[in-house]
Design a protein around this ligand. Sequence first.
Ligand code: XMP
Ligand code: MG
Length: 178
Amino acid sequence: MKLPLHKVLITEEQIKRRIKELAKQVTDDLADENPVFLVVLRGAFIFAADLLKELNFPYEIAFISASSYADATEPVKNVSLKPCHDIDISGRTVVIVEDIVDTGGTIKALYEFLKKRNAKRIEVVTLLSKKARRKHDLKIKYVGFEVPNVFVFGYGLDWKQNFRGIRDIMALETNDEV
Ligand code: XMP
Ligand code: MG
């Protein structure tokens, strides 16, 4: 598949620097909590790996698959969550690790999923946020970068299921169907 028309929005260096800052914040707040980092697949896998490598305290990792996004302009409201394994988070502090929070529908669904399973405390760390598109009132404590309302890919995020391995974050610059 050919790379679509794009520009670099956030460089690998900027991402690395910001992740170190996020890791410090998370450590200051949660080092004594023995949290479970719940990685939202597929987009967050690279961010999660880089972030978690910066954390030097006890924690667990769990994975859940979420899908909600049919195209760039109209996110499907029905969020489907598929845990990748048994997730026992009763009484635990859970940190959702996301690639991007857009309307907030996915995070809302994850909150409900975790509350139903008696999580003690729920936090969110997201690499990217498109605040302009938020439809749900959410408090998100750890945000890497606010991005404009453009389709982004690279660094774990896909364009038509491709290009997740690109090291920078790209902004799509075409009207192609996404
Ligand atoms: P909601 O609306 O539930 O959406 O907050 C979150 C999910 O939508 C996907 N998403 C994107 N994926 N480029 C992508 O590759 C984008 O610009 C984009 N915006 C939203 C993403 O999977 C996220 O978890
Ligand atoms: Mg995602």
